[in-house]
Design a protein around this ligand. Sequence first.
Ligand code: SF4
Ligand code: SF4
Length: 82
Amino acid sequence: MAASLKAITLEGEKGTWTVFPGLDKGCGLCIEKCPKKCLSWSKTVLGVYGTPTVEANMEECIACGICEMVCPDCAIKVTKKK
Ligand code: SF4
Ligand code: SF4
């Protein structure tokens, strides 16, 4: 595993989901609050404290933006497709 400051962007049918591992402290709030339960801990990328960052399953993500809203560290950005 490697710590990454680079944003990771995933594309889905409903929108785009981005995580900034350099801001992700690994609190798990987004995983807890996602209504689709489609966030999980990354097996490959570490966040700012050396804990795994999060990743979205874009097969399931509805781009609702709740993960972005609840993240205390602004580590997630969601853009819904128009
Ligand atoms: S945008 Fe909504 S559905 Fe997608 S990962 Fe975030 S909380 Fe889950
Ligand atoms: S809520 Fe933010 S800081 Fe907490 S695990 Fe999710 S992305 Fe990381």
